[in-house]
Design a protein around this ligand. Structure first.
Ligand SMILES: [Mn+2]
Length: 433
């Protein structure tokens, strides 16, 4: 992996936090993600399983983590099972983790080969009172394709029909939402790399460049800094920005247009998620500027409003009320429209149709406990937007924010966002060239 080594203390601490939540005499098992097939004999690069990484720092395919803190046999208390790095495997697939390397990465002392897993599983299943099994329980997850974890659940139900199974995901959601110091350091590194990519785009963009050339600038900067795209970037000029999930990035950026960039770098599996909207020729038109400033005011006020104890739905609703007022000033809504506003039918929905933000971490749309209020240590995105297909542009701005007991901390406060600041950086870049 390209990222710098991470101290195993992070993963040791994460396992301690999880095992403290398990019922007595419980087993918990987490699997790596599948390497997904493409066409013919092709496959995608593995996308590390966030839960396995969180608990072990292991990113290698087919790995299995078994936790049984109350096991009678000390060797069963914490075990990592890996593919055996045979000579043949290393010739065809490259270097794989040795037992020593896996111990150093994870802090788990007992690292075994996969061939020993079935026997260990049977031993543990027959002495544990219950087994916590994992599955993707993100509310909006696409579950069409079965994961290794979900196939394992089926197998366990067949092989151990009288065992009592419990859901691991709610415990992991609760733990993963609250970021520890080392995790924040990794998120901040992802943000720093994202900022470097954006700086590069500010120097690069001018009328006539294509969206994919902008994407290439970002890719260059992210990869050279040990990062990678956290998600397929949205590089959308003009009215392309009005399609919320536009990722073709195949059009030309024209004079007078705005360019919306929804991009973030990933670093060591932690993600940044940023949106900026910049003028292709370096100057906002008066109309673009008034819409821009409206979105910026809503973002700044929403960052201020991201406080401990607030529920997402209320925070989101507050942003809609602010947006109603902005849209009224912009002549996009009438007083009658605003008077009809309800939580279910927000007046601003025609121009601001998506949610205000989401938790961020090992997943871009990170897991979080259902219906819990914001708490100290959460990292969320704040991303209001106004979409005007009739006028051929959209503005969305997005910063990542750490919620603390002392108030919100804008983790992207150093990335240019004021319209005048953006204009001056682009102007300076033009002079230097
Ligand atoms: Mn986002």
């Amino acid at each position: 992996m390209r990222h710098q080594p991470i101290s195993s203390e992070l993963f040791v601490a994460n396992r301690a936090r999880l095992t403290a939540q398990l019922l007595p005499n419980s087993l918990a098992i987490v699997h790596a993600n599948d390497v997904l097939p493409t066409n013919a004999d092709g496959s995608l690069k593995i996308f590390p399983n966030a839960d396995l990484f969180y608990l072990s720092g292991i990113e290698q395919e087919e790995s299995i983590l078994l936790l049984y803190p109350d096991a009678y046999e000390p060797k069963h208390r914490e075990v990592l099972f890996l593919r055996e790095p045979t000579e043949r495997l290393q010739i065809w697939e490259g270097k794989k983790l040795t037992q020593e390397a896996a111990v150093a990465k994870s802090g788990i002392q007992n690292v075994r080969w996969l061939s020993e897993f079935p026997r260990a599983l049977r031993d543990c299943m027959l002495s544990a009172d219950q087994a916590y099994l994992n599955q993707n329980e993100h509310r909006f997850a696409n579950t069409t394709v079965e994961t290794r974890d979900s196939r394992f659940v089926k197998q366990c139900r067949e092989d151990f029909p009288l065992q009592s199974f419990r859901r691991l995901a709610p415990l992991l959601h609760q733990l993963r939402t609250v970021k520890s110091k080392p995790e924040l350091t990794l998120i901040q590194e992802a943000i720093r790399i994202t900022q470097a990519g954006f700086d590069r785009v500010l120097e690069f963009v001018k009328p006539g460049v294509s969206e994919f050339e902008v994407e290439a600038e970002l890719a260059h900067e992210f990869i050279r800094q040990r990062g990678a795209f956290a998600y397929t970037p949205i590089i959308a000029a003009g009215d392309n920005a009005c399609g919320l999930h536009y990722t073709d990035n195949d059009q030309i950026c024209r004079d007078g247009e705005l360019l919306l960039l929804d991009v973030g770098s990933n670093y060591a599996n932690y993600n940044a998620d940023m949106t900026r909207t910049i003028p292709v020729n370096g100057r906002f038109t008066p109309r673009q500027r008034e819409v821009y400033d409206a979105v910026l005011r809503v973002m700044n006020a929403s960052i201020e409003g991201a406080v401990v104890g607030k529920h997402y739905r209320d925070w989101n609703h507050e942003s809609q009320l602010m947006m109603n007022e902005e849209l009224l000033s912009l002549g996009l809504l009438t007083k009658e429209d605003v008077a009809k506003h309800t939580r279910d039918e927000p007046a601003c929905r025609k121009y601001f149709m998506h949610g205000l933000g989401h938790p961020l971490g090992l997943d871009v749309h990170d897991v979080a406990p259902e219906d819990a209020p914001f708490a100290d240590g959460w990292v969320i995105t704040v991303e209001p937007g106004i979409y005007l297909p009739e006028e051929g542009f959209a503005v969305r701005l997005e910063n990542d924010v750490l919620i603390t007991a002392d108030g919100p901390v804008d983790l992207m406060r150093e990335i240019p966002v004021e319209a005048e600041h953006i204009e001056s950086v682009i102007a300076d870049a033009a002079v230097t060239v």
